[in-house]
Design a protein around this ligand. Structure first.
Ligand code: UDP
Length: 320
């Protein structure tokens, strides 16, 4: 049994990870300020004796003196563009940067391995396609996505400096678009928006002309990659791309969702937000080679599972 701390543990990915780690017999300490996470995401493990929830904002230092930590997954951060571009923008940079420092200090104190959930956003509007880890990206440092993109880039830099200068055992993954159960119906991301709009008979909102692409990974595949990376050979730091290389236009996604759910929803077109990347697809050669990992769940299968989940959540979806 390992003692594992997960920041952002009540969020979409964090809660899926906590549940899997508990099922595998670990002791899990879930840390979240619940700004964008939801306690209901961990309701099924809340009373498990191996699970502990600490309400805490990682912008502040965290001491864990009563338990020895083996591993830390640093996942806390608003991750949906409407969340980090709105009132949480400055908080997003602080969470990335101060949060990384505080969690790296905690890892150093405990001699724990720490995994950073970085992002495909470090590539910005990519001029290399598909994106390989050696590509340094094309980020607008003063744009509306910069709080997240530059925050995550700075966090990567902090991780590598703590590794070089403080000997901290680090692992860095770059997560591409991921979807599945426990997404917040109101967080504004494309998969949750399209499914909830179709289920509630509203128009499906495509931003721009829908020709931009994304590559969507089902959450169970992503969690598997995270755990493999955390437990990879000592000294292997990454960064490693984790995502599904199946690439779709946003229009194709909308059409798939409409075909699956039916109903009266029409597709409507709205303005494309600034700096919205036109294409994204991970090159996962490194993950295949180092982690013996590749996604197994195709978009159609994953969407079916996600639609079933959102049917149980539809009362929570804000009507436009
Ligand atoms: N998008 C859209 N309609 C929506 C929400 C998002 O067309 O209701 C587009 C968005 O402009 C972007 C893509 O879908 O091009 C993915 O957006 P998301 O917010 O899910 O994640 P991103 O990859 O931009 O971080």
């Amino acid at each position: 049994m390992k003692t594992i701390l997960v920041t952002g543990g009540t969020g979409f990915l964090g809660s899926n990870l906590c549940i899997r780690l508990i099922k595998e017999g670990n002791r899990v300490i879930c840390v979240d300020n619940n700004y964008t996470g939801r306690l209901q995401n961990v309701a099924e493990i809340m009373n498990n004796p191996n699970f502990r929830f600490i309400e805490h904002d990682i912008c502040e230092p965290l001491n864990v003196n009563d338990e020895k930590l083996d591993q830390i997954y640093n996942m806390a951060c608003p991750a949906s563009p409407p969340a980090y571009q709105g009132s949480y923008s400055i908080k997003t940079t602080k969470t990335c940067v101060l949060g990384a420092i505080n969690m790296l200090e905690l890892a150093k104190q405990h001699g724990a391995t720490i995994l950073q959930t970085s992002t495909s956003e470090v590539y910005g509007e990519p001029l290399v396609h598909p994106q390989v880890e050696s590509y340094r990206g094309n980020v607008n440092p003063i744009g509306i996505r910069a709080c997240y993109d530059e925050g995550k880039r700075c966090a990567e830099s902090l991780f590598f400096d703590y590794h070089r200068h403080e000997g901290v055992d680090i692992k860095v993954i770059r997560i591409f678009n991921t979807y599945g159960p426990k997404m917040d119906p109101n967080d504004g991301r494309v998969v949750s928006n399209f499914i909830c709009q179709a289920l509630s008979g509203q128009d499906i909102t495509i931003y721009g002309d829908g020709s931009q692409t994304r590559s969507f990974c089902y959450v169970d595949d992503l969690i598997e990659a995270m755990i493999r990376m955390m437990n990879s050979k000592k000294g292997f730091t990454g960064p490693v791309n984790t995502g599904n290389p199946g690439e779709f236009t946003i229009k194709e996604l909308a059409e798939k969702v409409v075909a699956k759910i039916g109903g009266n929803s029409k597709i409507v077109y709205k303005a494309l937000p600034k700096d919205d990347p036109s294409q994204r697809r991970p090159d996962i050669t490194l993950a295949k080679h180092k982690l013996d990992w590749e996604p197994k769940i195709k978009l159609d299968e994953g969407l079916d599972k996600t639609i079933e989940y959102f049917k149980t959540q539809i009362d929570l979806f804000k009507k436009a």
